[in-house]
Design a protein around this ligand. Structure first.
Ligand code: ASP
Length: 341
């Protein structure tokens, strides 16, 4: 591997936490101390510079304004570094990875998010392997070209496409999965790349960034017996612009007339409604069953095999792009960063 310049961005999360002696709860601690716990970093054949959020946070506190902070750091340093590693709490890491994949347009360098289930100071920590391999992947080049040119999430020996994964376990070291796309890289004795999985990221033009995601969105998860008043209250939220509708199976939902009528009215008022499945694997196929035919005919957008994390952040992103309705729908139903099949 060639010597690469890596910018390591610390945002918070378990990886850098210590136990508060008064409360027993985990809290964020100083970044410099975190680095002291990994003397191995000095052995890596890369130049590593570090920068930390002024106030590191638990990722449950992560908001689009924090995405802006990360994007700004990458934008400002883009020309000077070969790759970026972001240390982040695992709870909302899949949302951030998805959001960044959309916000960093025409990205041609690796941006790898990682974190850990146990703090880096813990004897049994998973943090060291995650951090060290994430840095190696961010610095990995072949013939002067980065091997990874997109936003990835590295956890427990696997690099996933950032907008394809989801947190599935709060306890196991294997906390993430990518239900509809195999890992981009699997780390064993060697790092094994899946060339096939690397396809599908659309690039056209120079690297640029889009900030200030539109937060006027909501996730509406259906369940048998959901009340009309509940659905109507959600669809009538002031300033609402986008709804991620979590349906059953291949995108099926109740055929009750109040339900279809409420969605129809929302769409007529200019709200975008996207259909994603509550199933982890597989894709929405509107029209396959009668229970999704009407959704299709009233203009519900197919979220295909998007994760909820990718759907909500793609919605926030596309809402910022000022697109005519037909283009918005087409763009949503087409992979722009390899986020859907
Ligand atoms: N609550 C932590 C966070 O997301 C959990 C973790 O880092 O794994 O910041």
């Amino acid at each position: 591997m060639n010597k690469a310049n890596i910018l390591l961005i610390y945002t918070g999360g378990t990886i850098g936490m210590i136990t508060d002696y008064d409360t027993g709860a985990l809290k964020a601690f100083n970044f410099e101390e975190l680095l002291e716990h990994v003397p191995e970093l000095k052995l890596l054949d890369h130049h590593i510079q570090t920068v930390s959020f002024a106030h590191p946070i638990d990722s449950s506190d992560m908001r689009p304004c924090h995405y802006d902070q990360m994007v700004e750091l990458i934008e400002k340093n883009y020309a000077y570094y070969d790759g970026f590693v972001i240390l982040h709490g695992s709870d909302t890491m899949a949302y951030t990875a998805s959001a960044l994949s959309f916000m960093l347009e025409n990205l041609t360098k690796p941006v790898i998010l990682t974190g850990s289930q146990l703090p880096i100071g813990d004897l049994r920590t998973d943090a060291k392997e995650n951090l060290i391999t994430a840095i190696q992947i961010a610095g990995w080049q072949r013939a002067g070209e980065p091997v990874i040119k997109e936003v990835g999430l590295y956890f427990e020996y696997k690099l996933y496409r950032g907008n394809r994964c989801t947190k599935i376990n709060s306890e196991n070291f294997e906390a993430f999965t990518s239900p509809n796309l195999p890992p981009l890289i699997v780390s064993g004795v060697t790092l094994k790349i899946n060339q096939e999985a690397l396809r599908g990221v659309f690039r056209q033009g120079q690297f640029s960034v889009r900030k200030h995601l539109n937060g006027n969105v909501v996730i509406l998860r259906l369940f048998p017996g959901i009340q009309e008043t509940t659905v109507k209250a959600i669809l009538n939220i002031e300033n609402l612009e986008g709804v991620i509708l979590e349906t059953y199976g291949t995108g099926n939902a109740s055929t009750q007339s109040w339900f279809i009528q409420s969605l129809k009215e929302a769409i007529a008022s200019g709200i975008y409604v996207v259909n994603v499945s509550q199933c982890l694997g597989g894709s929405v196929m509107m029209g396959r069953y009668e229970t999704s035919t009407e959704l299709k005919s009233i203009g519900v957008i197919s979220g295909k095999d998007l994760t909820v994390e990718a759907a909500v952040t793609k919605m926030m992103y596309l809402l910022c792009c000022n697109l005519p309705a037909a283009v918005f729908k087409r763009r949503f139903e087409t992979a722009i960063r390899g986020e859907m099949g």
